[in-house]
Design a binder for this molecule. Structure first.
Ligand code: PA5
Length: 402
């Protein structure tokens, strides 16, 4: 269950004027066909593909020590967010170790990864919609050569899984040539809206997380709440609140906030518009960023994502559970930040469950897309990202060996 509180730590805002605009946006979300299939959960993944994802995840769990997911941005952040949320802090989770590769060009990371996997069985899932992303291609080509030396051609063919566009791109060409196992990435869904497609759901299922429950959670979203949140963000933006801190009190949500950052930044940050999303991890950041939120330039607001019940740890001194103490701190912090006009929205889940995480993913997707439309920008493109991709390609082509 998810609870929303958009009033207690918020200034009173007049949302009435948005009625017509929101009706227009709802209509767009329901009828516009360009990159909008994510809005209908049933279009994110068909029953057959979902069964294939679950079957494949069981195969992966049985046949490797390391499941290597190669991808970046929307092709990696969603799966990372959810698998990290459910990973134990200490010790090993059951199933293979899931490692993500692609979000940096750290040669140390790659070197240590190669050492780590040297004596382990590996299955790779390379994920790229375009098939042209520089980091993904560089790492996949490197790992592919390593695995070619490690496994026979027949064995290798059981260890490569490609998630890419059904028709185009370099990876699709490879699949057609080598007949590797492949999943088609829905052509009408962009990276940051693709967690609930095969892009996110395969790695998530490999972790042993109930992906069907996540989809149920997504279907249960109260969209009116997402529209209300989008309106609040828009009103605050117009008042000069240019930064939104997604504030968490549970480190397991750290990568979930990374995904949220990408969702809002790429959806709204264009044409010199948009709210900059940042992450705050309390209580640690209360002893650093907290000072700024309390007394610094007041151009930001917060959206707190809270988990009410995580464990049965009890603190006798206060006759309270540690979860309750965490919640009390979160509320007192919001109360004190209001004094600097740093307002807070509260989103609380009763427990960290696949259902609740599926709910929140879809909730934030609806809110982000609505926010994009409110700013009159295209919520589904990312020309800025493509800009750098092209420049890197151009420069490196000067060095490319054939
Ligand atoms: O959200 C997006 O569309 C981007 O972040 C992409 O997912 C990212 O750039 C990776 O692109 P691709 O899947 O084509 O490799």
């Amino acid at each position: 269950m998810i609870k929303f509180d958009f009033t207690t730590y918020m200034k009173s805002l007049n949302t009435k004027d948005y009625h017509t605009k929101i009706e227009e946006i709802k209509n767009k979300l329901e009828t516009e066909t360009d990159m909008n299939d994510w809005y209908d959960i049933d279009k994110c993944i068909s029953k057959e593909v979902l069964e294939d994802v679950i079957k494949t995840s069981k195969y992966i769990r049985k046949n490797c020590d390391v499941f290597l997911v190669i991808g970046v941005g929307g092709s990696s952040l969603g799966a990372r967010a959810i698998t990290d949320a459910f990973k134990p802090y200490f010790g090993k989770s059951d199933g293979p170790k899931i490692i993500f590769l692609g979000s940096s060009l750290s040669s140390t990371y790659l070197k240590e990864l190669l050492d780590y996997i040297a004596d382990k069985d590996v299955i790779v899932n390379v994920i790229s919609k375009s098939g042209t992303t520089f980091e993904t291609n560089l790492y996949f080509e490197y790992i592919y050569e390593v695995l070619k030396k490690k496994y026979s051609t027949e064995e290798l063919s059981k260890r490569i899984i490609v998630t890419t566009d059904a028709k185009s791109g370099k990876l699709r060409k490879l699949v057609n040539q080598k007949k590797y196992k492949a999943f088609d990435l829905p052509s009408n869904i962009g990276g940051r809206y693709s967690v609930l497609t095969v892009v996110g759901l395969l790695p998530i299922a490999v972790m042993g997380i109930d992906v069907k429950e996540m989809l149920e959670g997504a279907k249960a979203v109260d969209k009116e709440k997402a529209f209300e949140y989008a309106i609040i963000r828009d009103l605050l933006y117009k008042e000069g609140k240019l930064v939104e801190s997604f504030t968490i009190y549970e480190p397991k949500l750290e990568n979930f906030v990374e995904w949220i950052k990408q969702l809002f930044a790429e959806t709204q940050g264009k044409n010199n518009k948009g709210i900059l999303p940042v992450a705050t991890l309390n209580t640690g950041d209360l002893h650093s960023l907290g000072q700024f939120y309390q007394e610094g330039s007041n151009f930001l607001f917060e959206t707190v994502i809270n988990i009410e019940n995580s464990s049965d740890i009890y603190i006798n001194k206060y006759n309270l559970s540690l979860d309750k103490i965490n919640e009390i701190v979160a509320h007192q912090v919001a109360k004190s930040h209001v004094k600097n006009k740093t307002y807070s929205n509260f989103i609380s889940m009763d427990k960290l469950t696949p259902f609740n995480m599926g709910y929140l993913i879809y909730f934030f997707e609806v809110a982000a897309a609505t926010g994009g439309y409110l700013l009159n920008v295209n919520p589904f493109d990312q020309p800025g990202v493509n800009e750098y991709k092209n420049l890197v390609k151009e420069e490196l082509s000067r060095y490319e060996q054939n």
